[in-house]
Design a protein around this ligand. Sequence first.
Ligand code: SF4
Ligand code: SF4
Length: 247
Amino acid sequence: MVRSPRAARRAAQAKGVPADRDGLRAALAMARLPGHPAAVTAQARDLLLAWFDANRDPHDAILRQLSDGSAATRIGHALLARSPEPEGLACAKGCAFCCILPGDDGGTMTGVEARRLHAALPPADGTAPWHPEACPALDPDTRLCRAYDARPMICRTYVSRDVSACEAIAQGEARPGTGTLAPQLAYVTVHALIRAALGKGAPTFALKRIAQAAANGIDIDAALATARHAPRNLEDERKRLARGIRR
Ligand code: SF4
Ligand code: SF4
């Protein structure tokens, strides 16, 4: 029987998580993100399928790597590694206004990023934070990240040409002059495509809650439980980032 792409997509969704490699590839190839910029979705899909085609791990392992964010994070890191750094950035070591995170969320991470950040962060030693709302991973004396190598994509891609804008934003003032590099949108889009293909899973987590849990000595399972986002968060995040490229 020959099915239209829409009918095939509905059939794949009705079956739940694909049980074999071919079905999984078809689900990834057919996943849709309504309203998302077509060029961004197409680029993310190509990167995801290239990752998938190069991965010869067993089916269960690939499913795990898709859901826990290993795929999206690896793709995001590879894009960042080959992206030239924009000229004129004000970013420098110890310049940490971007590590002041109002509220208790702090940004979107995949599961693998949450685990890496938690594992890299020893409990805090009781020293007062540099700023009351500083990320718990920020060293108050040096203003350097205590988990630099394990920092998530959101921290790797957030940049600015105007440090005064960062300082104003940290004080709650809306100011232009900062932004995220393009690989952040690709990474979020890849993870959203994976969730659309699997029909569930691919959760995200709140950066600041994971860092706070690690600083408080709370174990990873409890940390993940308290930091897990509602599904809506990833959708809101990809729409927010996509709005930035339409301006
Ligand atoms: S984003 Fe802003 S606060 Fe962060 S390092 Fe760059 S200039 Fe400094
Ligand atoms: S994880 Fe590190 S880089 Fe990211 S906000 Fe926290 S202190 Fe800053």
